[in-house]
Ligand binder design. Structure first.
Ligand code: NAD
Length: 431
């Protein structure tokens, strides 16, 4: 795909061009909380208007000497409760609308779990697989320098997301530090451990997905051992969640990534599949399972369905056909609001993204705290604290959902929006 074609990709993952724009989904989710806000309703518009949106041009000299331009974004959706926090996405379908939605979900997620952060997100419309390693390095440096205007350890702290990883964070940290003239480890999280990264961060999101899935199963009287699991996305989130399910004795019967959609009813050998992806870049060609049609994939009978790739995957077309007991949203925004209603009517429990994938930002918070104090914790300490925060957040959200007879998503939004708007109201409007 050429860069000039990208404008036609639309506002969402090219998988589902018919799904609504993600920011429209976010606004609809906020509207659903309106009746529960009491006097704070007066401030609700705050949540619909991102505080700060930066669009940057990222020009680089390509290896062949030509010049290429990429479009990048950093959106600070809300900073009422603390500095902005949220990942950086490198993907060919990134748009401003998508980044706005992702930033909004970060506001809600951080508040739902009780982390002292606002919400932010960033991205570049680039296919990291279509440029060389050196080109990607230059793109990352220039982008960091451009958004350096608004990020910083006490202002806004990026982290990895789709298409970025610890190496990207190392380059971002170095670029920001060079421009500032002093090492600023706390400007990003998800760094390599040698640069002030945290033990357990790499696994944290997948671990959180597994913990919340286990808690949901406990309430539904479903055994994890022997359960069937279907996972879309076999990267940082989906791959690690699949491994933890596998280690707990569940059967991962299907897995999909950008290269393949695979099924094996007897259970995929997850460690072997992960090794295959590490070596080949995708599940394509993995011999331990059979390719199936993507629509059949979404209809496989299972106990846990874990979308862990991109947003807008479970639509009103797919929701009536899904045959799972629990959807655990590893990805951000994988279920559209209309699909959410269908799943609820069908009695399918959805563990929402703002809870299910909050493990990553929780350990990012630990990393940031460790960087500030220059005192590093053991992996056991980190995993214990993560477990406690996730279990407590799940319990609080579950209670509100029972009390108000709403979905877990609406319950999480109720708790989060209260916290954000209370901070907003206490701070008052400037001037
Ligand atoms: P990643 O880049 O490590 O993995 C993404 C996976 O999705 C890969 O397996 C990729 O092949 C797959 N994928 C990409 N396009 C696809 C397509 N068209 N069809 C099917 N699969 C496709 O990214 P990640 O960090 O695992 O992020 C996955 C999701 O989890 C995203 O929604 C992200 O926002 C969310 N998330 C990530 C973190 C984190 O800490 N990494 C935290 C919270 C939420």
């Amino acid at each position: 795909m050429h860069d000039t074609d990208l404008a036609h990709v639309g506002g969402l993952s090219y998988l589902n061009p018919s799904a609504p724009e993600p920011y429209a989904s976010f606004i609809e989710q906020i509207e659903r909380v309106r009746p529960y806000l009491g006097e704070l309703e007066r401030w609700i518009e705050t949540l619909k208007h991102p505080k700060r949106t930066l669009i940057v041009d990222v020009p680089i000299v390509r290896d062949d000497g030509t010049i290429a331009h990429y479009e990048g974004y950093r959106v600070q959706h809300n900073l009422s409760r603390g500095p902005g926090k949220g990942g950086i996405r490198f993907h060919p379908a990134v748009t401003l609308n998508e980044v706005m939605a992702l930033a909004g979900w970060m506001t809600v997620k951080n508040a739902a779990v009780g982390l002292p952060f606002g919400g932010a997100k960033g991205g570049i419309r680039v296919d990291p697989r279509a440029v060389t390693k050196d080109e990607l390095h230059r793109i990352t440096r220039r982008f960091t320098s451009e958004i350096g205007l608004i990020i910083g350890p006490d202002r806004d702290i990026p982290a990895p997301d789709v298409g970025t990883n610890a190496v990207t964070m190392a380059v971002m940290m170095d670029t920001f530090s060079m421009n500032r003239g002093g090492t600023a480890t706390g400007v990003v999280t998800g760094k390599p451990v040698a640069l002030g990264g945290s033990l357990g961060r790499h696994e944290a999101t997948g671990r959180g997905v597994f913990i919340t899935a286990r808690e949901a199963a406990r309430h539904q009287h479903i055994e994890v051992e022997g359960a069937r699991v279907v996972v879309q996305g076999f990267g940082n989130v989906g791959g690690i969640a699949a491994r933890l399910f596998h280690e707990a004795g569940a059967r991962v019967i299907a897995a999909a990534d950008h290269g393949a959609t695979l099924h094996n009813e007897a259970g995929i050998d997850v460690p072997a599949a992960l090794a295959h992806v590490a070596e080949n870049g995708s599940l394509a060609g993995f011999p331990g399972a059979t390719p199936i049609d993507i629509e059949d994939f979404w209809q496989l009978p299972c106990e846990f369905l874990v979308p862990a790739a991109l947003e807008g995957q479970i639509t009103e077309v797919r929701a009536p056909r899904v045959q799972t007991k629990i959807v655990v949203e590893g990805a951000n925004g994988p279920t559209t609001p209309a699909a959410d209603d269908i799943l609820k009517d069908r009695g399918i429990l959805v563990v929402p993204d703002v809870l299910a994938n909050a493990g990553g930002v929780t350990v990012s918070y630990f990393e940031w705290v460790q960087d500030f104090s220059s005192f590093f914790w053991t992996e056991d300490e980190i995993n214990d604290r993560l477990e406690r925060i996730m279990v407590n957040a799940f319990g609080a959200i579950w209670r509100v959902s029972e009390e108000k007879q709403v979905s877990l998503r609406t319950a999480a939004f109720i708790i989060a929006c209260h916290r954000v708007l209370e901070a907003r109201a206490e701070r008052g409007l400037y001037p």
